[in-house]
Write a protein that binds this ligand. Structure first.
Ligand code: SF4
Ligand code: SF4
Length: 166
């Protein structure tokens, strides 16, 4: 099964602006779906997934919750964008740029891929070369390649690898 693969160091080193990476999500004009993926990747790879999470305690709107696998999820219909969680995290793992009041959506272009397995979504076509690729991905923690959910994979340095916890 193909996944959207994002090479985060490559993306960051390219200095691309988020608005230059297009998205075809049909319900929003000017959607920057890549933003929502960076938020998910952040909670997956950088967040320490604290058992007693300061970010959850600091949120005045109960917009952050642990999921079953301890990953934090932000419910954007509750979030008011105050960024208290950004200040509360002792590890500095919540980046204000990706905690937006208006959250973009990514549906991984699943409908288009179902009709055409070779389909290249707009983000893949407009992101800097090889930073967004739709392909079969094998998770490999030693190579810093992680699955995030069922349709996304990211390559990114992870604190788990650094501290020998994988
Ligand atoms: S306080 Fe920071 S590291 Fe801990 S769970 Fe919240 S975001 Fe993750
Ligand atoms: S930015 Fe959103 S998730 Fe973070 S503390 Fe404020 S309301 Fe909660």
């Amino acid at each position: 099964m193909k996944r959207l693969y994002i090479d985060i160091p490559m993306l960051m080193n390219s200095n691309v602006n988020a608005e230059d990476i297009h998205c075809e999500y049909m319900f929003h004009q000017k959607n920057h779906g890549a933003f929502s993926l960076l938020e998910v990747a952040e909670f997956s790879a950088y967040c320490r997934q604290c058992k007693e999470a300061f970010c959850i305690d600091a949120c005045p709107k109960e917009a952050l919750e642990h999921q079953e696998n301890r990953m934090i999820k932000r419910y954007n219909m509750r979030c008011v964008g105050c960024k208290s969680c950004v200040l509360a995290c002792p590890f500095g793992t919540i980046f204000p740029e990706v905690i937006n009041y208006v959250t973009s959506k990514c549906d991984y272009c699943l409908n288009q891929l179902e009709q055409n397995p070779d389909y290249e979504p707009a983000c893949v076509q407009t992101a800097p070369a090889n930073s967004f690729v739709m392909k079969e991905v094998v998770e490999d923690h030693k190579q810093n390649i992680f699955y995030v959910g069922n349709h996304l994979a990211v390559r990114t340095p992870s604190w788990l690898n650094k501290e020998g916890k994988l």
